[in-house]
Design a protein around this ligand. Structure first.
Ligand code: FES
Length: 125
């Protein structure tokens, strides 16, 4: 999925070295479940819905080669589909073995029923 960029002040972008991107409309993103994978500015991001809230993590498990967006939600946990490690979608922290390393968490905004996610700017060329 190619995401539309949300305009942001130049000062904010410089300060945080992030860009906000529109991931899509809330209801269409999660029409088929509580997990959704997108590619934003070259970053693979997993979006996870818990009730009215949406969280974003890097979509690659820190234990192996598995997409978290292919996993199963368990409350605020996302279970990796390969070895059942559990990350907390609120901050990317590890909830159970075999995971030993947290994953990166991204800021999310919901505005006018659309979901926006902040991802690091590309650096260098
Ligand atoms: S690859 Fe995710 S727990 Fe092993």
């Amino acid at each position: 999925m190619i995401c539309d960029q949300l305009s942001e002040s130049a000062a904010d972008v410089q300060e945080h070295a992030i860009q906000w991107y529109k991931a899509g409309e809330l209801e269409s993103l999660f029409a088929e479940g509580d997990c959704h994978g997108i590619t934003v500015n070259g970053h693979r991001i997993g979006l996870f819905r818990v009730d009215a809230d949406v969280y974003a993590l890097d979509d690659l498990c820190t234990h192996g080669n598995a997409l978290l967006s292919d996993g199963e939600m368990d409350g605020h946990g996302i279970e990796c589909p390969l070895h059942a490690g559990l990350f907390d979608v609120r901050d990317g922290s590890v909830m159970c073995a075999p995971l030993t390393r947290a994953t990166r968490c991204h800021k999310v905004r919901i505005q006018d029923d659309a979901v926006y996610v902040a991802v690091p700017e590309k650096t260098g060329g």
